[in-house]
Design a protein around this ligand. Structure first.
Ligand code: COA
Ligand code: ZN
Length: 308
C-alpha cells in the first residue's frame, strides 16, 4: 500500500451562520446572528457562508437574510468572501440587492432530494443556474452540490449523477463546486469512489468538500479527501447544522474538530484553535445548545489558553 499523502495546508470555509442556523428550531434574533457572525469572521476565515436567500416558508430562520448580509458586507466585505446561498433567481436578485458579491447556488445530485429541497427537477434547477451565470457573471458563483454520495430518499448516489451536474455547471461558467455530503452518511470508501471519478475527469478543477458528521465519519471523510489532494473544506463551528429537507441529517463536521486534527498533523489552517473553541463555546451558550464537538469534550483550561 502506498503511504498516505497529506497537504501542507487546507482552507476552511465556515458555514455555521447558514447551514448551522437553518436547522435551529427556534428563531435566532437578528442581533444574535450578527454577534455570532462577527465573532466567527474575526477568526480569520478567507470564505464564509453568511446566510441564505430562500423562501421564508421553506426556512423561516432566514427571514432576516437581507439584514445579515448587508451587515456582513459593510463590516467584512473587503476582507472575507461572504457567500449567500440561493436556490433560484429570486434569491440571487435579493442577495445581490443586499450587497452579496458571491453566491452559492444549491442543487442536488439526486432528483428526489432536489425536489424535496427546492421543489424543482434537476433540469429546472440547472436552467435557473444557467440564467444566473449569464445575468450575474461578474459575481463569484459556486454550486453547492447536495447529496453527492447518499440521498435520504433514494440511497447511494451514482457518481454519474454527480458528474452530470458538474459538467453542466462548469459549462455555464460556475467558478467552483462544493461536493456535499448533505446527510453525513458518506463513508470513506464510497466518498473515495466518487471523488476518484470526479478527479480523473476534471483534474485540477476547483472543488471543495462539504461534510456532515451524522455517523461520526466526518473526519475520516475529510482525511480521505485530503489524501486525494482536496484542500478546501466547509465546516460549521460547534457542529451545528443540517438540511431540514433531508430526514436524518444532523450537524456539520465541526470546524474545531477539523482544525484540531489538521493542527495535530502539522497541516496549516490559519485558524487559532483556542480562539475558535472560545467562539464555539459562546455559540453553544448563546443558543442554549449542548457543546458537542469532539474537541469540546476534551477541553482543559480553555480560559487559561491551555488545551491538551
Ligand atoms: N427568497 C425569498 N422568497 C422567495 C424566494 C427566495 N429565494 N423564492 C421564492 N420566494 C417566495 C415567493 O415569492 C413566494 O412568496 P409568496 O407565497 O408570498 O408569493 C414563495 O416564496 C413561494 O415561491 P415559489 O416560487 O412558488 O417557490 P416554491 O414554493 O416552489 O419553493 C423554493 C421553491 C426554492 C423557493 C423553496 O423550496 C426554497 O426556498 N428552498 C430552499 C431550501 C433550503 O434552503 N434548504 C437548505 C439548504 S441545503
Ligand atoms: Zn450541509
Amino acid at each position: 500500500m502506498a503511504p498516505l499523502d497529506y497537504p501542507e495546508a487546507i482552507s476552511v470555509t465556515e458555514v455555521c451562520t447558514r447551514d448551522g442556523f437553518q436547522n435551529h428550531k427556534t428563531f435566532i434574533p437578528t442581533e444574535v446572528k450578527i454577534e455570532i457572525l462577527d465573532a466567527l469572521a474575526a477568526l480569520g476565515f478567507a470564505k464564509m457562508e453568511v446566510t441564505s436567500f430562500v423562501s421564508p416558508k421553506a426556512i423561516p430562520q432566514m427571514v432576516d437574510a437581507a439584514e445579515v448580509m448587508s451587515h456582513f458586507q459593510k463590516k467584512w466585505g473587503d476582507r472575507i468572501a461572504g457567500f449567500a446561498l440561493v436556490p433560484n433567481r429570486k434569491g440571487a436578485e435579493l442577495a445581490i440587492r443586499n450587497g452579496a458579491e458571491a453566491l452559492v447556488f444549491v442543487l442536488s445530485a439526486s432528483e428526489e432530494h432536489n425536489k424535496a429541497n427546492t421543489n424543482r427537477t434537476i433540469e429546472e434547477s440547472l436552467s435557473e443556474l444557467q440564467d444566473i451565470c449569464r445575468d450575474f457573471g461578474g459575481l463569484e458563483i459556486s454550486v453547492g452540490l447536495g447529496t453527492s454520495f447518499e440521498c435520504p430518499f433514494s440511497g447511494t448516489v451514482a457518481p454519474e449523477k454527480v458528474t452530470r451536474v458538474i459538467d453542466a455547471a462548469f459549462e455555464y461558467g460556475v467558478d467552483h463546486i462544493t461536493i456535499s455530503d448533505t446527510t453525513g452518511s458518506a463513508n470513506p470508501r464510497g466518498l473515495e469512489r466518487t471523488l476518484e471519478i470526479v478527479r480523473s475527469r476534471y483534474e485540477s478543477a476547483p472543488f471543495a468538500l462539504h461534510l456532515h458528521d451524522t455517523h461520526g465519519m466526518g473526519l475520516a471523510n475529510a482525511l480521505t479527501a485530503m489524501n486525494m489532494g482536496f484542500t478546501t473544506f466547509e465546516t460549521a463551528t460547534a457542529g451545528m447544522g443540517g438540511c431540514p429537507f433531508a430526514p436524518g441529517a444532523s450537524g456539520n463536521l465541526a470546524t474545531e474538530d477539523l482544525v484540531n486534527m489538521a493542527g495535530r498533523m502539522g497541516i496549516d489552517t490559519g485558524i487559532d484553535l483556542i480562539e475558535l473553541l472560545r467562539v464555539s463555546r459562546e455559540i453553544a451558550h448563546k443558543l442554549a445548545l449542548p457543546w458537542k464537538s469532539h474537541v469540546a469534550s476534551t477541553r482543559i483550561g480553555l480560559d487559561e489558553g491551555v488545551y491538551c
